[in-house]
Design a protein around this ligand. Structure first.
Ligand SMILES: CC(C)(COP(=O)(O)OP(=O)(O)OC[C@H]1O[C@@H](n2cnc3c(N)ncnc32)[C@H](O)[C@@H]1OP(=O)(O)O)[C@@H](O)C(=O)NCCC(=O)NCCS
Length: 139
């Protein structure tokens, strides 16, 4: 069935929260779905996409471009809609938008506990790069 991809709207909030709670069950507190949605509403909201089928939100992707790199987060497809090409379609849609903004490269991180998802991104042309990923809590 065809996936309709469009920017997030406020009324999608309950469906997106429900999808993320299942797709990302052990997220840190800063990744509380409502907090992410609230922050993203004010910053490049056009790079927060949902995919729907028959008016049901079944997929998401959140991205940002800071003028140097693009980053992608929260690529998720509902359990019962997986392996139908929707994840691929969401990534293609966000890549197209980032390309249009002049973004030269897109990065993403995968939790080590979720390493099986590497095969998904490799199928889309992403490479595992020789980097050490670091981060710091700011709040
Ligand atoms: C990762 C995820 C978004 C993939 O969505 P999807 O709609 O099932 O992916 P697609 O159907 O578009 O898959 C495209 C290709 O990726 C590969 N692929 C997808 N899921 C895969 C998996 N679990 N294992 C191995 N390869 C996979 C396949 O090559 C697939 O092509 P195929 O359908 O011809 O086999 C989905 O499994 C998901 O939401 N997972 C939980 C959330 C998550 O971990 N997100 C990533 C955080 S970094």
């Amino acid at each position: 069935m065809a996936l309709t991809i469009r920017p997030f709207r406020d009324q999608d909030e309950p469906a997106v929260v429900a999808l993320w709670r299942i797709a990302f069950p052990s997220e840190p507190k800063r990744n509380d779905p409502l907090a992410i949605i609230r922050r993203k509403r004010d910053r490049q909201p056009e790079l927060f996409l949902v995919g729907e089928i028959d008016n049901r939100v079944v997929a998401t992707v959140v991205a940002g471009y800071d003028g140097y790199r693009g980053w992608v987060y929260h690529v998720a497809v509902a359990d019962d809609a997986r392996r139908s090409g929707y994840g691929r379609a969401m990534m293609a849609a966000v890549e197209e938008r980032l390309r249009a903004l002049g973004c030269p490269k897109l990065n993403l991180q995968i939790n080590r506990s979720n390493a099986e998802v590497v095969a998904f991104y490799e199928a889309l042309g992403y490479l595992v790069e020789d980097r050490i990923s670091m981060g710091k809590e700011l709040s």
